[in-house]
Design a protein around this ligand. Sequence first.
Ligand code: SAH
Length: 307
Amino acid sequence: MTNWLEVSLTVNGELAEAVADVLGRFAPNGVTTEQGVRFVDDEDEGTPTGPITVRAYLPADEMLEETRGRLEQALHYLGMIQPLPAPVYTPIADQNWMEAWKSRYQPIEIGKKLIIVPAWLDSPQPERIAIKIDPGMAFGTGTHPTTQLCLELLEQCSDEMDGFKELDVIDLGCGSGILAVAALKMGARRALGVDIDQQAVDNSLENAQNNGVDSEALVLGVGSVDELLGGQFPYSQAPLVLANILAPVLIRLFDAGMAQLVAPGGRLILSGILDHQAGDVQVAAEKHGLRLLGKRQVADWVALMVG
Ligand code: SAH
């Protein structure tokens, strides 16, 4: 097994690209970047902020010292244009860089039945229903509390609705498609995932394939409430509707007719709500004839089940 030397530099956003470019010349497997996010307002889904850590992995072979010398020289030239911090070196023993990077993503147990597993791992708990996720995806990697709350309510629904037998589901704002995939894996007959972002629709398709979802069972497309109600998709109503979008957007979507997507007697799971916004979302739901059936909270985030 190869050993590797991790090289990392933490720099500001403007420099990160140039540093990644330099490191990439010496790292056979490319570079990874990592940055924090902050929430600038209630509608923000996470704006990247703060310094970026750029990491690359050099094979620790007989060429290592020479490669390292060339890399330092290249960084030195870059540093003449823009001052740079010194690179940090960390030996990675007995595992490859991919493992080192991927080990940051651990399986996440949800409720009693589900587990989110990074796409390259076998599930450590085969008795749970595994949802495979590629953390490189744009939205909905399963690490966000709003997604987890939705999945917990989904599980509760499946217990109460006899395992979703013959049930159709609409996933509004599907992101990575994680909720639609989970519903199908939990027994739903068909799922319809829509998102206003084409990239999310593409990600959802890829994710569905990673999960071996029957391509007939899942329909994906760009759109939202208007397009659904306008008949642009195979069905415009379902007994179970999932919407993990932010609270102000959910409230607007109620005005656009979101409640009509819910078949009579059906349920709507709403997430992406900060606790101080939950009252307003509940009022919007009630205005459209939906009562509160359940509520879950993790830290500041709340998910509601109405029907
Ligand atoms: N369902 C996933 C992703 C949630 S992120 C999960 O639970 O993890 C929210 C998603 O909603 C984003 O992909 C965003 O593009 C989408 N979105 C935002 N506004 C929307 C709207 N008005 N209609 C439909 N989708 C919307």
